[in-house]
Design a protein around this ligand. Structure first.
Ligand SMILES: [Zn+2]
Length: 69
């Protein structure tokens, strides 16, 4: 599985949820970054972008597979 943050292959000692993963290294970074640091924004951005992509992908799939217009 690919790490969401650094795009390297994440191994199992990182976080994995809902088909995405964060490697142990980035998990440590994430936990050590506080909300008033610029790195935190980057993490939050990466996460929210990922969720938006996943959300719109599943919505589009539902629309295609759903009722015919
Ligand atoms: Zn990583």
């Amino acid at each position: 599985m690919e790490c969401l943050v650094c795009r390297k292959v994440a191994n199992t000692d990182g976080l994995a949820f809902c088909g995405v993963a964060i490697c142990a290294h980035c998990e440590g970074e994430l936990m050590s970054v506080s909300a008033d640091r610029p790195e935190y924004d980057a993490f939050v951005h990466a996460l929210s972008r990922m969720w938006q992509e996943r959300f719109s992908a599943s919505r589009d799939r539902r629309l295609r597979d759903g009722d015919h217009m």
